[in-house]
Design a protein around this ligand. Structure first.
Ligand SMILES: [Mn+2]
Length: 359
């Protein structure tokens, strides 16, 4: 048996776990986790601009009145491209909104690689909310929230000191001489490598990690294509013992999941989507909130009491990419034109039982 693989140490992640700011969850806790807003100066190169109305509305008219606390899990500001002054000037109302979440419980914000230099900014409006990592205590179990770049092997992603020189490089050297997409050099292989190392670390520590960074939503360690496969398997297993009415339902659901899976694979070739499955049995130890700069909408994670959910907010017609695997119906928020659909939901007790039994 090749045990060395499973004993691999992750000193950086272990230190994060040890030093993370603790928060105790109870049955009344409500937390929204968002990451990767990449706020800019409001101009053409500001990737957040497209979904700004959606984000302001869902925060102000849904999560705030619903008494959620807020975790902003890294890369909230795009400091590789814009100055903090220009970002804060453009999005001052959004900062006001963020701060209101303190009244519901807490507002906490982790450092990402694109906003690591905030550590230098003493006057920054959210300075008192900044943490390296957060740990939610759920009974005797732990959920560790951090941006995710700390698992990267690239020094400039991991350490703030290095990242400052990278900012200098990008703003003053790379851009003028036309080195493009330097900050977006995330190919699929690198995303999977980061996810895999966090997955292995979480299994060893028997915790759940909640990250952002790769912009790819994960629920119970599964990407969308993995989950579709998984769900089809479950339904096939249920089929033999189902009565005739249930069988008709299962047949219909499987047909639509198959169509969805084929579409995802087809689209996946274009966008570099690939399977994130690591072993035959998947341990549900890594979740990713995705990002808020998607073309058609945003993904986020919600914790409510003993439940964890991956949700999708979008404007207008629902995009094909995010048809709910659980056949959940979207709900429009009043008559705002913005809708929320629960893509996936499970109980934290189930998640931690699987981790305890399988990791
Ligand atoms: Mn990042």
């Amino acid at each position: 048996m090749r045990l060395h693989h499973h004993n691999k140490k992750h000193p950086c992640l272990e230190r994060l776990l040890k030093t993370a700011t603790p928060i105790t969850l109870d049955s009344t806790s409500k937390v929204l986790i968002l990451s990767d807003l990449h706020l800019g100066n409001g101009g053409r190169r500001d990737e957040f601009r497209r979904n700004a109305g959606l984000v302001k509305t869902m925060l102000g008219s849904y999560y705030l009145p619903e008494k959620y606390s807020l975790v902003l899990n890294g890369d909230i500001e795009e400091l590789f491209k814009f100055s903090l002054e220009s970002i804060v000037a453009e999005w001052s109302q959004l900062y006001d909104l963020f701060l209101q979440f303190e009244l519901n419980g807490f507002l906490l914000k982790t450092y990402g690689n694109h906003d690591a230099s905030l550590i230098e900014e003493k006057e920054y409006r959210l300075a008192s909310s900044m943490v390296n990592a957060l740990k939610f205590q759920y009974g005797s179990d732990t959920l560790l929230l951090f941006h995710g770049h700390q698992a990267s092997e690239l020094l400039w992603e991991t350490y703030p000191m290095v990242s400052r020189s990278v900012i200098f490089f990008i703003r003053y050297i790379a851009k003028p001489v036309g080195i493009r997409n330097f900050t977006k050099a995330y190919n699929s292989t690198r995303k999977v490598a980061i996810e895999k190392s966090i997955y292995e670390f979480s299994n060893q520590a028997k915790i759940v990690s909640i990250i952002g960074h790769t912009h790819r939503p994960l629920f119970e360690s599964l990407s969308k294509v993995d989950f579709l496969n998984f769900r089809i398997e479950e339904l096939c297993r249920a089929y033999p013992s189902a009565d005739s009415e249930q069988r008709t339902d299962i047949e219909q659901i499987i047909a639509s999941l198959k169509t969805e899976l084929e579409a995802s694979y087809k689209q996946g070739k274009k966008i570099g989507l690939r399977s994130g499955r690591y072993k035959n049995i998947t341990i549900p130890s890594i979740f990713n909130s995705g990002c808020t700069i998607g073309k058609r909408g945003i993904t986020a994670l919600e914790i409510e009491g003993n439940k964890i959910r991956l949700v999708y907010w979008y404007i207008g017609k629902q995009s094909r990419k995010f048809i709910s695997v659980r056949s959940n119906q979207p709900t429009e928020l009043g008559s705002t034109g913005f809708s929320r659909v629960v893509l996936n939901e499970d109980s934290l007790d189930y998640v931690f039982s699987r981790i305890r039994l399988l990791a």
